[in-house]
Design a protein around this ligand. Structure first.
Ligand SMILES: [Fe+2]
Length: 193
């Protein structure tokens, strides 16, 4: 078959199994790909020099921009932190605010951070067994706050253009750190600078 979208198909709700299927693309992001995103740059550089950990892996089955199908993908964020700041995905806007997205947690523990373009933000715990609907005008980033890999499935409209540049330049308004109570959320002092 030319494309999985040409036929009916069914896939397991399991990030490891999905990423091992014969279709879709896999990619990984290491700390060196995200070093500018973490608050303690010095510590990030040290960790990159030591073993440059994989922060997260992505499997995507992206429909082309024709508009008929639904794109889907899984992300697995590994447990860990940079000087207490939990591992996270880069986060992005959808370029024209015109495409919503569904998040379905599969395993592990984590949060979804969302933000408007004006920096009004929220942090939502993602629970396995619940579905999360993310309106297209909100930037979104996920954070692994547990001790095991945190995996989730996303579904999005194919016409979405992902805008990573805005978050790369402005940062996210809130940052999530490890603390004795579990997590500590702090305002990003460099947000928008
Ligand atoms: Fe998205």
């Amino acid at each position: 078959m030319n494309s999985p979208f040409d036929n009916q198909f069914k896939v397991p709700l399991d990030a490891n199994k999905l990423s091992s299927l014969g279709f879709g693309t896999r990619s990984e992001r290491r700390l060196s790909d995200l070093k500018n995103y973490f608050q303690n740059q010095e510590r990030a550089e040290e960790l990159i020099g030591e073993h440059d950990p994989v922060i997260y892996e992505v499997w995507e089955l992206e429909y082309d921009k024709g508009g008929r199908g639904i794109s889907l993908g899984t992300t697995t964020i590994y447990p860990g932190d940079v000087d207490g700041e939990f591992f996270f995905t880069r986060g992005h806007f959808h370029a024209k605010d015109d495409g919503d997205e569904v998040y379905i947690p599969l395993s592990g523990e984590g949060y979804l951070a969302v933000s408007t373009r004006e920096g009004v933000s929220d942090l939502v715990a993602l629970e396995v067994g619940l579905l999360y609907y993310v309106p297209g005008h909100l930037a979104h980033r996920t954070v692994n706050t547990g001790d095991s890999p945190f995996s989730f499935l996303c579904l999005w409209a194919p016409h979405i253009d992902h805008d990573y540049k805005t978050i790369n330049e402005s940062g996210f308004p809130e940052l999530v750190f490890r603390s004795q109570e579990g997590i500590r959320v702090v305002k990003n002092p460099n947000y928008g600078k």
